[in-house]
Design a protein around this ligand. Structure first.
Ligand code: NAD
Length: 144
């Protein structure tokens, strides 16, 4: 079972909330993270994630829950910060498109991945595939 911290749960984050719920034999939410406390409360209730697993800062989620992967569904300006933090904490990093909004940020993410293990999984084409349902299984630990 892939334990996922989802960062960014408003907007397109709903697609990932639904996808992980739909694929609950391979993935589950270890935590939800969003800077908007209202969205956090609403989605935690809607998706049955306990309040103690909901955070406004990724650092707190990384400290307090056991997780395999971080899915980043924030605006692109934050993809670098979220993914590098996830990789440095030893997690898989899966990010929404675009990889980042500057070449400098993209290079920093690739450099972090080279140091820490597998490259970040980028999700460029979900609009052509009817959802993100193939992504969690790509990042799932072997045997999941
Ligand atoms: N694959 C697709 O078809 C598709 C479709 C739409 C959006 N996207 C991508 O999804 C990502 C999010 O887009 P959106 O439209 O949902 O954006 P949005 O502006 O609606 O923000 C999404 C959520 O992220 C939260 N957030 C913002 N900064 C944060 C931070 N630093 N830490 C934690 N949470 C933070 C916001 O509070 C919000 O709830 C973007 O990368 C976008 O390109 C992909």
């Amino acid at each position: 079972m892939l334990k996922v911290i989802q960062v960014g749960i408003g907007g397109f984050g709903r697609c990932w909330l639904e996808t992980i719920k739909r694929n609950n034999s391979v993935a589950t939410h270890a935590a939800l993270v969003d800077i908007d406390e209202g969205v956090l409360k609403e989605k935690a209730e809607a998706y049955g994630v306990p309040a103690e697993c909901c955070f406004t800062r990724l650092d707190d989620a990384l400290d307090k829950v056991d997780a395999d992967a971080v899915v980043c569904v924030t605006p692109p300006a934050y993809h670098r910060e979220v993914c590098v933090k996830a990789l440095e904490a030893g997690k898989h990093a899966i990010t929404e498109k675009p990889l980042a909004d500057t070449i400098e940020d993209c290079r920093a993410m690739v450099a972090a991945a080279k140091k820490t293990g597998p490259p970040p999984v980028h999700n460029p084409v979900t609009q052509y595939k009817g959802g993100c349902s193939s992504i969690p299984t790509r990042a799932a630990p072997s045997g999941a």
